[in-house]
Write a protein that binds this ligand. Structure first.
Ligand code: SAM
Length: 262
């Protein structure tokens, strides 16, 4: 697209930019952004989505790892006083720095590079002060995995981790042709509404263990770390079959199992 002819797109940073104004304003609507909201954006790029966030939110803090984009972003936002762009790798940012920039009450909107989808979501879900809402662009198949329910073939550790932390929904499909340059995959927008779960890190380790080997039964996976008889007794007391696999179990059942076994 002509507006991006000056940009030297970097594949290593997952740089596929948006420009369609209808899509950009829909993403902002998907996150229900109002003038009361402080928004964390991850991956400003050339500022296409940032621009829509800046005009809808009270304040925007946007992280961008590629400081070669500084010139274009500085020019674009020279007249805006509610945007701060931080040229850092978001995955390396300390929590305290985040809260000093954002406060403790914020939403996240991001068109993310696909290879960092899970580390970014994991980081956001494990912050002391978590965002209320996360609206992110992800690869279509990843969106299906994130929002899969127990019993579905896409359901795995990451789906269970997400359902422990949030209500999740695919709110929009996005065709690959909407990006410049056009990537090899289609995308979707996922909205996560975070909930207070009270689950601790120990429970998430238990969950990881339960899903460790996809082909194994839950009893076999958990027996690597816990007494096998205890695992079987716990399953039976929840009226679950000994041959059940982790893929069939929802997060509430997992937590009951964890309480009985650990
Ligand atoms: N938001 C822009 C848009 O919608 O057109 C750009 C989206 S592009 C898919 C992702 C952006 O994230 C790129 O500009 C890339 O340089 C940036 N990025 C990649 N890894 C990052 C990281 N770890 N921290 C911050 N930004 C990152």
């Amino acid at each position: 697209m002509s507006e991006y002819r000056e940009i030297n797109f970097k594949k290593k940073f997952g740089q596929n930019f948006l420009s369609d104004k209808n899509l950009l304003s829909s993403i902002v609507r998907d996150a229900s952004i109002t003038k009361d909201d402080v928004v964390l954006e991850i991956g400003a790029g050339a500022g296409a989505l940032t621009e829509f966030l800046v005009s809808s939110a009270k304040k925007v803090v946007s992280f961008e790892v590629d400081n070669e984009l500084e010139k274009v972003l500085a020019a674009k936002f020279s007249d805006s006083d509610n945007i701060k762009i931080v040229y850092e790798d978001f995955l390396k940012v300390e929590e305290q720095e985040l809260y000093s920039l954002l406060g403790c009450d914020f939403k996240v909107v991001a068109n993310l590079p696909y290879y960092i989808t899970s580390p970014i979501i994991t980081k956001l879900c494990t912050l002391k002060h978590r965002p209320k809402v996360i609206v992110i662009m992800v690869q279509k198949e990843v969106g299906e995995r994130i929002t899969a329910r127990a019993g579905h073939s896409d359901y795995g550790y990451f789906s269970a981790f997400i359902s422990a932390n949030a209500e999740s929904k695919v709110v929009r499909n996005v065709n690959r042709k909407m990006f410049t340059p056009v990537p090899n995959v289609d995308s979707c927008i996922v909205r996560l509404d975070l909930k207070d779960n009270g689950y601790n890190q120990d429970f998430f380790e238990f969950l990881k263990q339960a899903f460790k080997m996809k082909r194994k039964t839950l009893v076999n996976n958990l027996s690597a770390s816990f007494d096998k008889t205890k695992v079987i007794t716990a399953l039976n007391s929840l009226k679950l079959d000994n041959s059940i696999r982790a893929e069939a179990i929802d997060i509430e059942q997992f937590y009951k199992l964890y309480e009985l076994i650990s």
